[in-house]
Design a protein around this ligand. Structure first.
Ligand SMILES: NS(=O)(=O)c1ccc2oc(NC(=O)c3ccccc3)nc2c1
Ligand SMILES: [Zn+2]
Length: 262
């Protein structure tokens, strides 16, 4: 059966629970971050989040059929501190975005407000042997989420977007033969973040992610937001531009989102 596109086949995200019952689970993502209900946790500031990236950590970029994905062997790219009790190694970054002239696009929202896109930097807990071993464990993954907002151009991200024309279809992959430090994609102030226990935002929706959502968005140009939609994916009506590859927020249930700032 041509599965096609998980966002456009059948009823999309609202139907994922039919094949993945965990979609209605207790620690699903994304969620709306209601800033009146977040809780400042001084312990997060006491043991600051340590985000380490390197110039040599990005090997290739692939069209996964639902986003672009810059893949890393993780060399010199590690995450620890803050809410994390272990060292996590960088595996890949990708993004989610909306449609032309729409304000939606991000997965997480803040007080009900969406951003046009959201970047995810995926890390796995090095207490496990590799990503695949970590991916379904409750403390297996840590994902840094960075909101994109429209503003000045971001030349660093532009270097990655220049490769999009080389990965026109699902499965297409090219090597990155220049140095690219994912640290360029962190907002100027990355001390202020929210954190909560959640899940992958696409099937299999494993409840294995400690989310670290940066409060400050990263500015990119309106053109750069539009270039995201030049990536292509399969739809029930054939190959077309990739957009609206985001899961809308799901219920927070019995969770409190902690803030690293007062
Ligand atoms: N939107 S999300 O929640 O950040 C999210 C959702 C689903 C994901 O599946 C993977 N797999 C790998 O990264 C991987 C890395 C190495 C080898 C195999 C897979 N990362 C994900 C992130
Ligand atoms: Zn993602």
């Amino acid at each position: 059966k041509k599965r096609g596109n998980i966002y456009l086949s059948g009823a999309g995200p609202s139907a994922w629970h039919e094949e993945y019952p965990v979609a209605k689970g207790k620690r699903q993502s994304p969620v709306d971050i209601n800033t009146n209900k977040t809780k400042f946790d001084p312990k997060l500031a006491a043991d600051p989040l340590t985000i380490r990236f390197s110039d040599s950590c990005c090997q290739s970029i692939v069209n996964t059929g639902i986003s672009f994905q810059v893949t890393s062997n993780g060399a010199g790219c590690e995450l620890s501190g803050g809410p994390l009790d272990s060292t996590y190694q960088f595996a890949q970054f990708h993004a989610h975005w909306g449609a032309y002239l729409k304000t939606t696009g991000s997965e997480h929202t803040v007080d009900g407000v969406s951003y046009p896109a959201e970047l995810h930097l995926v890390h796995w807990n090095t207490k496990y042997d590799d990503f695949k071993d970590a991916v379904d464990k409750p403390d297996g993954l840590a994902v840094i989420a960075v909101f994109f907002k429209r503003g000045k151009e971001h030349p660093g991200f532009g270097k990655i977007q220049d490769l999009f024309s080389k990965i026109p279809a699902k499965g297409a992959k090219v090597n990155i033969d220049f140095e690219f430090n994912p640290g360029l994609l962190m907002p100027p102030d990355s001390e202020n973040y929210w954190t909560y226990l959640g899940s992958l935002t696409t099937p299999p929706l494993y409840e294995s992610v400690t989310w670290i959502v940066m409060k400050e968005p990263l500015e990119v140009s309106v053109e750069q937001i539009a270039i995201l939609r030049t990536l292509l994916w399969e739809t029930p009506n054939g190959v077309s531009q990739m957009y609206n590859n985001f899961r809308p927020p799901v219920p927070l249930r019995d969770r409190v989102i902690r803030a690293s700032f007062g």
